[in-house]
Design a protein around this ligand. Sequence first.
Ligand code: GTP
Length: 364
Amino acid sequence: MKAVILVGGLGTRLRPLSINTPKSMMPVVNIPFIEYVIRRLQGIGIKEIILAISHLAEPIKKYFGDGSRFGICINYTVEETALGTAGAVKNAEQYLGYESFVILNGDIFTDLDLSTMVSMHIQRRAKITIALTPVVDPIHYGLIETDIKDRVMRFLEKPSREQITTNMINAGTYIMEPEVLNSIPKQKMFSFEREVFPPLLQKGEPIYAFPSSSYWMDIGTPQKYHQLNRDLLNGQSNQFSFNNDSHILIGKNATLHNTVEITDSAVIGNNCSIGQNVKLNGAVIIGANSIIGAGAKIEDSIIWRNTNIASEATIRHSIIANNCYIGKRSSILRTVISNNVSISAGRRLKPDSSIWPDTYLDKN
Ligand code: GTP
């Protein structure tokens, strides 16, 4: 069986992080997001993956290459202009052949049991099987109603409170028969959710659901991206564990001064240097080659690679991307900082800020 992963979205809600880092390459506990997805597919015996890319294709191609490093064959389709979820899969038709295939939204992290989903799809002779996940507040989502045997009865887009009959939403994982591609025009912007599934359901095609309450998180916004990282450190998914009771993972050649205090859980990347009296509280992730200066305090935050946090800086509930410099005694709260940002010493950023790439902020 083959799989298509959709990784060509603009990721507008994830800005400024997604301006020059594709959503699929955002580090999750120091590993590119999509690597988890690829390893999961490889783990259930999928041997060929098509990555449907649109903008920011190069970093993805450079990292995954032909896939041999991951024991899998990877092909790429690159859309000149984004074709939407269905248009992107139609664009990959040349690689798909005559068998059922898997489609995954490339921004969803889940422990869903894909092998059982495939077996159910075959057993029910479904044309499409859509994974479903429960949400707490269904009003913001497209809902999917099913009968007692999980056959899809209705798609309900952004319902009013009175219309809500289910809390199950489309979980962004599908199994499909190749005939579905016949209902998608070539080189045209086309959406599965709006333009493929509802008309096929109307025609009476067998569309089934695969409900699952396994861990599920889409990284559509900085808040959700941050939550996924926290959840992994807190042991909520079976795709990451510390393998020790200390809840601390330290990469190769990383050095920690013997006065460093780690209160909860921390993952520190290769070649990092963590200085004297640094305090790490809550879930803290630090990417490779980063330097944390003496007396800095970092709480519930994610720092990517090659970033330098100078001494006595305070970083709380924030995300700081690659190649940043955060000056001495500066203070950052609930802020998202994109790549290549430099913040001068003593600067107190307004809480809840978003800093665009390549910005220099002088003292306020
Ligand atoms: P927003 O701009 O913040 O809505 O994010 P997005 O562009 O990623 O859109 P959305 O979250 O709806 O996308 C769901 C998944 O489909 C993501 O993995 C996207 O990368 C992918 N996707 C969305 N549109 C396209 C497209 O036109 N082409 C391809 N190849 N993938 C797409």
